[in-house]
Structure formats: C-alpha cells, structure tokens
Design a protein around this ligand. Structure first.
Ligand SMILES: O=C(O)CCC(=O)C(=O)O
Ligand SMILES: [Mn+2]
Length: 210
C-alpha cells in the first residue's frame, strides 16, 4: 500500500499570512492531521540518521544544541555553519512529506535538513537561511512535529520582533525577501519539554551561488 493512502487526506485549507513587512511567510497550523503528525513524529525520531554536529567557537569544538540529519538527492551538498553535509538518500517517509510540501509551495525541493530538539535545552540561534547555494529569495518549507516550540523572527534593520508557536503537524512557508530581511531562532527554555522534530525542505544547487 502506498504510504500516502494510509491516512485520510486533510485539506490544508487557507494559510495564515504573517503580517511582516519585507517578508512573505504563510502558516498552515493543521497541514497534517494529528494522526499523520503522530505517525511521522514517532517514525522519524526512530529512523532518521541523527548526528551530533560540532561547531568551532573561540577555537574550541562545541556541540550544537540539537541533533541533525541531512537527506536529499545525491548532488545536494550543503554547507551549514561551516559543517559539510553529505545527503543521506531519501527515505519513503521523507519523500511523501517532500511531495506534500512541494504541492503546497508549488516548487521542487531536492533536500531536507532535519533537526531534533530533544528537550527545552535544545535550540537554534538567530540566523537566516541565506547560504549561497539556496540562491536569492529561496522558498523554504518548514514542517514541525512533536512539542510545540516558539519560532521567533527579528527584522534585521528595525529590530521588530514576531513570535509564532509552531504546532504539531504545522507547515510554515518562508519565501520572497524573508531571508534577506528577517532572522529567525528557536529559544531555549527551562521548562521540561518533549522532543520536537523540524524538517526544512530546500532546493540547493552550486549553480545558485551568487
Ligand atoms: O526548528 C525550526 O523551526 C527552525 C529550523 C531552522 O531554522 C533551520 O533548520 O534552518
Ligand atoms: Mn533556518
């Protein structure tokens, strides 16, 4: 049986459009049904090739505060915070989710960065998804599974901030000039939290380097 037919299809209705100047962000809070989101959360936590990466900080190797995994087409090589990621081949689940996201965004994705936030101490620092291989004004589809976490946005020039809790089974689509003007992050919290997975589907190519 095809994976996509395991679940009743939920229509992803109308997205919420975030009221951001210089940005283009759409949010579907129930992109997946709860049943689908539960299934993918458990399955991906168990099956993805999670790795603990390190970055160099003041000359020392330090653990990044989350686990990561990179999947994609063979030639989808990616450099992230100085880390070179060689893609794992697509799994069936990731391929089904990729197709769902491609249909919602009307673009093709050749790779996905998976992040696993094990608890409230895991986080993502302020950054933009502006690596050269993403090209100018990339479309990025960000699917969240598991624990609801706050996604923070900050305008690079005005400092304006916007906070959006990302729900289990939600899809956030960042497009247009979002990455040029806005930073995003996921803050730590002292609260004891369950694990969360985030998948950001991307199209990367050395040809897109500016
Ligand atoms: O976990 C999230 O919601 C954000 C992840 C992210 O910004 C990234 O992978 O670049
Ligand atoms: Mn990002």
């Amino acid at each position: 049986m095809q994976q996509s037919s395991l679940f009743p299809s939920v229509s992803s209705t109308e997205p919420e459009i975030l009221p951001l100047v210089d940005g283009n962000i759409r949010y579907f809070n129930h992109f997946l049904s709860t049943q689908e989101a539960d299934h993918y959360c458990t399955r991906l936590l168990d099956s993805l090739a999670w790795r603990q990466d390190h970055i160099k900080l003041y000359g020392k190797q330090v653990k990044i505060p989350r686990l990561q995994a990179w999947y994609g087409d063979n030639d989808a090589l990616y450099q992230y915070s100085g880390i070179n990621l060689q893609p794992n081949p697509w799994s069936d689940e990731l391929n089904v989710l990729r197709e769902r996201c491609e249909a919602a965004c009307n673009v093709r994705f050749n790779s996905v960065l998976a992040n696993c936030y094990r608890d409230g101490q895991d986080s993502m620092a302020w950054h933009s998804d502006n690596e050269p291989e993403l090209g100018r004004d990339p479309v990025i589809a960000s699917l969240s599974l598991g624990q609801v976490r706050n996604f923070d946005l900050k305008h690079r020039v005005s400092g304006e901030k916007y906070r959006l809790p990302l729900e289990h089974g939600s899809l956030l689509i960042m497009a247009g000039s979002t990455q040029q003007f806005w930073l995003h992050s996921l803050a730590k919290t002292k609260k004891s939290l369950a694990p969360r997975i985030n998948l950001t589907f991307r199209f990367v190519s050395a040809n897109l380097r500016r």
